[in-house]
Design a protein around this ligand. Structure first.
Ligand code: GRF
Length: 190
């Protein structure tokens, strides 16, 4: 299955997906990394790994979100992509793009959804004195962080945790969970 990964920043999940897609028995391959920011660090990592990259800056499109998304969608189709994996892609999607990829677009979110959709998940989990935090891979639907969960992983919250220390622990779990969940999803696709 040909997969595109959409990023806006560091791309550590993206790197984990590229690597997993190169395992001999992997049911998917990352064929394109697309960023809405040309300064995203993940683009250089993807290029160095020999994966095609494209940056489609949202800023020149101003308030016309759909026009930006049409450019994104064209790039995805030009690469023969079948499944889209959002990985730290920090743009809200319109119903139009979600509709184009319904049932074939995944996201990873750094909380145990339905807890803590949106931003600042780690600070909120610490503030609430939760015993554990984690991450969720889910199908993308119109509501932000609302689509059906495909997989979850939990990690403990320990005494003295800061949002940063907890984020690091969760991120390590993300790097295991996302490749597994994407592989399971792709095996069932055809
Ligand atoms: C991850 O924590 C992801 O769950 C969140 O943004 C972060 C992206 O990190 N949505 P990276 O770019 O994959 O390193």
């Amino acid at each position: 299955v040909r997969v595109a990964v959409l990023i806006s920043g560091t791309g550590s999940n993206m790197a984990a997906l590229i690597e997993a897609g190169r395992a001999p028995d992997a049911p998917f391959e990352v064929v394109l990394v697309l960023s809405n920011k040309d300064e995203a660090g993940g683009l250089a990592i993807a290029s160095a790994a020999g994966v095609a990259t494209v940056a489609i800056d949202h800023r020149p499109f101003g308030k016309d979100r759909e026009a930006h998304e049409r450019a994104v969608d064209e790039a995805l189709r030009a690469s023969g992509v079948e499944v889209v994996a959002l990985a730290g892609y920090m743009r809200l999607l319109t119903p139009w793009l979600v509709g184009q990829w319904a049932g074939r677009m995944l996201n990873i979110h750094p909380s145990l959804l339905p807890k803590y959709p949106g931003l600042d998940t780690h600070a909120r989990a610490i503030e609430a004195r939760d015993a554990e935090a984690g991450c969720t891979v889910h199908l993308v639907t119109e509501g932000v962080d609302e689509g059906p969960a495909l997989a979850q992983a939990a990690v403990p919250i320990v005494a003295g945790d800061t949002p940063e220390s907890l984020a690091q622990r969760v991120l390590t779990a993300e790097h295991n969970l996302y490749p597994q969940a994407l592989a399971d999803f792709c095996r069932k696709l055809h």
